[in-house]
Structure formats: C-alpha cells, structure tokens
Write a protein that binds this ligand. Structure first.
Ligand code: MG
Length: 286
C-alpha cells in the first residue's frame, strides 16, 4: 500500500495512492485517520477501502510525516565509496566506522514532494544533495534485536539530506548545516514494508536537472537496516512515525571536481526502486 499526506481545503488529509489508475483515494469511513502517525499506529489496511478519489496530479502532496516524535535520525558514512570521496576533500579518515554514525536533522526542515528547497546565500551557498532511503518506524520498541528489526518498520520513502557543506564543517557537529528549513525533502509517499520486500535490494538514483549525480544500491550499506535499528534502539525508544535516513552513496556535489552545489532554479530528484521519485525545485532567497 502507498500512503500520502496531502493538502485538502487548507488542512491536511491522508489518502491511499492507486498507482495503477493515478488516483488518490480518501476513504470515507468515519474512523479513517486524519494524520499519518495515527494511521501507522493502527496499522496498514489490507485492501483499498471505498472512498472518494482524486487524480494524483491534481493533489498537492505534503511530506508523508510532518511531525515525528523526535528529530529525523540520520546515519552518516554508511556507504564505502561515499566515505572515500568525503575523505579525499575533507581530510577525514578513509575508513568505515566501527559503529553507526548517528546524527539528527530538525523536523522543521521537512518538506514534501514538489515543495521548494530554499536557501539564503548570505548564510551559505554550498548547498549539497544526499539521496537516501528513509525507514518509517511502525511500532514502539526498545532493545530491538537484528532478527526482528524489520518487523518494526511500517514502510519506506525517499529523503534528500540537503546539507550546507561549509556549515557542516565549521560547526563541527552536523546538526546546524543539515537542519535549515526545507533541508529535509521527504516523500512522495510511504510504501509499506510488505511491498518493498528486502530493503537491502533497492537501486537509488539522484538527479540534478535530469543529470544523474548519484547511483547507489542499498546492498552497499555498511550497516544494514537491521543493524541500524538494533544499535539505535539499544536503551532508546523508537516510536511509530519515527524517520531514519540510512545514509547516502557516493556522488555528492562537494566531492566532485570541480565541486558542484545547488543553485536557484535547479530541480533535484531522488528516485528509489519500488518507491518512486521525490522531486524538489531549488530557490535562492535573494
Ligand atoms: Mg546524509
């Protein structure tokens, strides 16, 4: 099943995407939830319920999850070639980490498919992309073992871990350079775990203005999603709707020669197999 959050009469609603017919179905049952986290807590429906349908292209999508219970949890340095390209330009160690590198992004940075990534050039002009597979947690858990870790996942979506590279470096901690408003495009929808099957078998591509910049595969993650959930949940409660970004493959802008950064008018797309395309324009605020 594919679930979207979309704008309806100035508010938001949750619907089911009927990809075959290009429709968003809003079930008419009285107890249909008004937000994604409530839906996740109740569990996915088994079949398309009866409801009103709208053409997908006429619906203004919002990020599938707008208010997670905590910051977006991100994994840094989780693809071997990305570690090497990062090491080359930033004098960091060209060696995989021994434990997952966790950091977070503020939830106020979240935007949906079709919304603009904005940046203020007076603050930073080194705005870079990072296409990533995002895991959406389905139920509360702590001390989750690797064996059962995938049972805690509701579904998956695309995330762009947009980063101001100069501020990522100057502030030492990555939080500031990764948490500007609009720096966490998420979507276009959540695809439930049963439709994805093995999450370590997905091709990921990022394009800028139609040109492929990143081409990765989730089988190349250093820490698998099972390992990430086991490590993260040790002594730490995960809750329905929590978002985990699983790291980016090689091909980011600042590691290119010459370096490339996002500019006004660019269009960035993150495409992940079995999920779809998350597309966002870029607007410079001055
Ligand atoms: Mg990242």
């Amino acid at each position: 099943m594919r679930y979207v959050t979309y704008e309806r009469q100035g508010g938001k609603a949750v619907g089911i995407v009927d990809s075959l017919n290009g429709l968003v179905i809003e079930p008419t049952s009285l107890d249909w939830p008004g937000d994604m986290i409530t839906l996740i807590k109740r569990g996915s429906v088994k079949q398309n319920p009866f409801g009103n349908s709208l053409p997908l292209e006429e619906v203004k999508l919002l990020a599938p999850i707008l208010n997670p219970s905590k910051n977006i949890i991100c994994i840094g340095r989780n693809y071997r070639e990305h570690i090497s390209e990062f090491a080359k330009v930033s004098q960091t160690e060209d060696k995989p980490p021994e434990v997952p590198v966790f950091f977070t992004k503020a939830p106020t940075a979240i935007i949906g498919h079709g919304q603009a990534i904005t940046f203020n050039p007076k603050i930073s002009e080194k705005i870079d992309w990072e296409g990533e597979l995002a895991v959406i947690i389905g139920r509360q858990g702590r001390d989750i073992s690797e064996e059962v870790a995938l049972d805690y996942i509701f579904g998956y979506t695309c995330l762009n871990d947009v980063t101001a590279r100069d501020l990522q470096k100057s502030h030492n901690q990555w939080f500031k350079g990764k948490s500007f408003d609009t720096f966490a495009p998420l979507g276009p929808w959540i695809v439930t775990a049963d439709e994805i099957g093995d999450p370590q078998n997905l091709r990921l591509v990022l394009r800028v203005n139609g040109v492929t910049k990143q081409e990765g595969h989730t089988k190349d993650m250093i820490f698998t999603i099972r390992q990430i959930i086991a490590s993260l949940s040790s002594g730490f409660t995960l809750e329905p709707g929590d978002i985990i970004a699983t790291g980016t493959p090689s091909g980011v802008g600042f590691a290119r020669f010459p370096p490339e950064f996002l500019k006004n008018g660019d269009v960035v797309e993150v495409e992940i197999e079995k999920i779809g395309v998350l597309r966002n324009g870029v607007i410079s605020l001055s």
